[in-house]
Structures are given as structure tokens and as C-alpha cells.
Ligand binder design. Structure first.
Ligand code: UD1
Ligand code: UDP
Length: 364
């Protein structure tokens, strides 16, 4: 039986790769081996627990405030022996993280084919998101097989000369994950908090927004909470120490804002599903908002997920204090504007992406 080595290391990769791991195990037609780099520790552990996936290898690489270069070097060095030992027929990586880049490089150096899940996303700007736009382009360049979540992602690959016969349009496995989590019952004090008013969910963590842009966006949220006391704003704070410091400095102590530790994905998805409005700079949360039909403001200058904007469920708000405040207020007060964004078509998949990827692997 052929061996497929799935390498991932962060929360979003785990949320989107675990449905594929489960599908490959269910079918039993290839031998899936899971190697986590541990680029994330707690976030990764929590996501693996949700899907009850125990990795075959855990390289446990995370360092506090890790630098991109040190982490990349550590991943490359630690992945070598795993590749030697397993000699996989294919390495599957996901998205645009340091783990994905390093795993694709390590496989490439050993002439092992690479398959890229969530291939073809682009902003066209290497500075945003940083460094992810570089990572995803480099991973696509190193990949033999591209699993593009949308037709637009396929178009991006074709425009860069990727051979069409090696692209599969599959939908995003993140939507498969959402089907898995929302099937489960869920009760949590954070959900009770949201139920006490107009529920808003906020997440922020992008490297290129650290410092001033993040402070501006958070200042907008703080003013909004003060001006609209009926809001209940839930913000699970990313464990990056720089993010934590900025978020707590800006938002702590406001009665209608609840800052929490990162939430388990089942509870978090239930919180998103019940929200009136989502504010986020996350990649995965943009897709989840669109899939749930919940209006979302994307707190960035650019997105690699323009399909949701075109479909009408997501709106690019930028990072300026005024713009973020005004757009939030408009959507929270103008029922017509809110309804125009509610329940728009979801362009990110039907929740069966893992099956399509597994079928493609069987054909290969
Ligand atoms: C990385 C990904 C980004 C993704 C994000 C998801 C890259 C280049 N970026 O962001 O695409 O959106 O993860 O969250 O790979 N930390 C903990 N515990 C954890 C995880 C992180 O304490 O479980 C802290 C550590 O101090 C760590 C820091 O957060 O050093 C930053 O983690 P890192 O994976 O380097 O984050 P980003 O590069 O910002
Ligand atoms: N998520 C979670 N708990 C939280 C916040 C996010 O489980 O407290 C999930 C979210 O539903 C999505 C993924 O984490 O599936 C997104 O991760 P993140 O925003 O860290 O990374 P990105 O998607 O931007 O790469």
C-alpha cells in the first residue's frame, strides 16, 4: 500500500487536514502517516483533540516568540529523518505556513512528490499576508499536485503555468471540518455570554498587523463596545505574546467585551454560527463565516479569499480605525445592509472536499 505523509503544524492546518486524515483512514486505500511539526503547541493539541487524531510523529518544535528563520530551519532539519524513515510516495502539505513551506522543501530535496491542499490562493502582494503569500507561492512551485479549493484558485495556478491535469478543484476541507464540529452538541459560558446581547465574534493575529494597525482596529472595537452597550463581543485571544499584549491593553476591562483563551474548535464554530457579525483577519474564519452565512468584516487591506467578497457575505474593511468603526456600526444598525450580507452563497465548498482529495489520490 502506498504511504501518504501528511505534514502540518498549526491550528488552521490541523482543522483543515484532520478531516482528510479521517477520510483516508476510513477508505483504507492508502496508508496515511501524520507528522506534526509542533509549530503550534497548545493550539495544535486542542485541534487534534477535537478530531481525535493522534499524530504518528510530533516534532514538538514550538518556541516562544519563534522567528521565521529559526522555525523554518528547525522544521527542515527535523523533517529529514521522518522522510528517510517513512520514504512516503507522496507528502501532503496545507496552505501557507512555515511548516508547509519547510515540508514541501524537505520533500523536494528528496525527490518525493508534494501535494498541496488549499493551493492557488493569492493576494498578489508578498507583504500581505506576510510571510504567507510567499509561502503559498513557493509551495505551489514545489508541488506536483494542487488541490485548489475554488475555481478562482485554479485560475491563479493556471496563470502561473501550473499544468491543468495536475489540478483538482475540491472545495475547502475547512468546510468539511465545520460539518464535523457543528454536528456536536455544545454548551459553554462563552456562548452564554454572547446570548446576553447582540453577539459579535472577533479574532486578530496577523503578523503584518502587529503594532499600530492592530492597535487602530482594537481602538475601533473598544469605542464600538462603549457606544453600543447592547453588544456582546467575544474575542478568543491568539497566544502569540505580542498579540496578547496588544489585545489585553486595548480591550480589557470593558464590560461587554469578553477576552478568552483560544477556544476549542467545536465551541468556537458554535459561537461563529450564532453571531450577528464576525470581525476577523483570519483566513479560515473568513471561509467559515461565508459557509455559515454570517456577515463578516475582513480586517485587512487584501484577502486571498475574494470569492466571499464577490458573493456578498464578506466585506473588506481595511485596518483603519474610522473605517472599521463605521462599517461595524452600519452593519449592526442598518437592518437592510445586514440582511444584504446574510445567507449569501458560500463559494468555499460543500463539505466534501476531503472525499474529492482522497479520490484524486486513489487515481494517482
Ligand atoms: C502562524 C502562521 C499563520 C497562521 C497562524 C495561525 C506562519 C508563517 N504563519 O502564524 O499563517 O494564520 O499561525 O494561528 O506559519 N504560540 C503559543 N502557543 C501555540 C501557538 C503559538 O504560545 O499553540 C505563540 C508562541 O510564542 C509562538 C507565537 O505564538 O512563537 C507565534 O506562533 P507562529 O506559528 O510563529 O505564528 P504566526 O507566524 O504569527
Ligand atoms: N479557531 C478555533 N478557536 C479559536 C479561534 C479560531 O478553533 O479560538 C479556529 C477557526 O475556526 C479556524 C482556525 O482556527 O478553523 C483559524 O485559525 P487562525 O485564525 O489561527 O489561522 P488562519 O486561518 O488565519 O491561518
Amino acid at each position: 500500500m502506498k504511504t501518504v505523509l501528511l505534514v502540518f503544524g498549526t491550528r488552521p492546518e490541523a482543522v483543515k487536514m484532520c478531516p482528510l486524515v479521517l477520510e483516508l483512514r476510513r477508505r483504507g486505500t492508502v496508508r496515511p502517516v501524520v507528522c506534526v511539526t509542533g509549530q503550534h503547541r497548545r493550539l495544535l493539541r486542542d485541534a487534534l483533540e477535537v478530531f481525535q487524531v493522534t499524530p504518528d510523529y510530533d516534532l514538538a518544535l514550538m518556541e516562544r516568540e519563534q522567528s521565521l528563520d529559526a522555525l523554518t530551519a528547525a522544521c527542515l532539519t527535523a523533517l529529514g529523518p521522518v522522510l528517510e524513515r517513512e520514504a512516503p510516495n507522496l507528502v501532503l502539505v496545507h496552505g501557507d505556513t512555515t511548516t508547509a513551506l519547510a515540508a514541501a522543501m524537505a520533500a523536494f530535496y528528496r525527490h518525493i512528490p508534494v501535494g498541496h491542499v488549499e493551493a492557488g490562493l493569492r493576494t498578489g502582494d508578498l507583504a500581505a499576508p506576510f510571510p504567507e503569500e510567499f509561502n503559498r507561492r513557493a509551495v505551489d512551485m514545489l508541488s506536483q499536485y494542487a488541490f485548489a479549493p475554488t475555481p478562482e484558485a485554479r485560475e491563479n495556478l493556471l496563470a502561473e503555468g501550473f499544468d491543468d491535469s495536475r489540478i483538482w478543484v475540491t472545495g475547502n476541507t475547512g468546510i468539511d471540518a465545520l460539518r464535523y464540529t457543528l454536528r456536536q452538541d455544545c454548551a459553554d459560558p462563552a456562548l452564554d455570554f454572547l446570548a446576553g446581547g447582540v453577539p459579535v465574534v472577533l479574532t486578530l493575529h496577523r503578523r503584518e498587523s502587529l503594532g499600530r494597525p492592530m492597535e487602530e482596529m482594537l481602538a475601533a472595537v473598544r469605542t464600538l463596545a462603549a457606544d453600543m452597550p447592547g453588544l456582546r463581543i467575544l474575542c478568543p485571544v491568539h497566544p502569540n505574546p505580542q498579540v496578547r499584549k496588544t489585545v489585553y491593553a486595548a480591550l480589557a476591562g470593558q464590560e461587554n467585551i469578553r477576552l478568552t483563551e483560544p477556544m476549542d474548535t467545536v465551541t468556537f464554530h458554535h459561537a461563529l454560527a450564532g453571531a450577528r457579525l464576525i470581525l476577523t483577519d483570519s483566513g479560515g474564519v473568513q471561509e467559515e463565516a461565508a459557509a455559515l452565512g454570517v456577515p463578516a468584516l475582513v480586517l485587512r487591506e487584501k484577502t486571498e479569499r475574494p470569492e466571499g467578497i464577490q458573493a456578498g457575505g464578506l466585506l473588506l474593511a481595511g485596518r483603519g480605525r474610522e473605517a472599521v468603526y463605521t462599517q461595524c456600526r452600519r452593519l449592526l444598525e442598518d437592518e437592510v445592509a445586514w440582511k444584504a450580507m446574510r445567507g449569501r452563497p458560500n463559494p468555499y465548498g460543500d463539505g466534501h472536499a476531503s472525499e474529492r482529495i482522497a479520490e484524486a489520490l486513489e487515481q494517482l
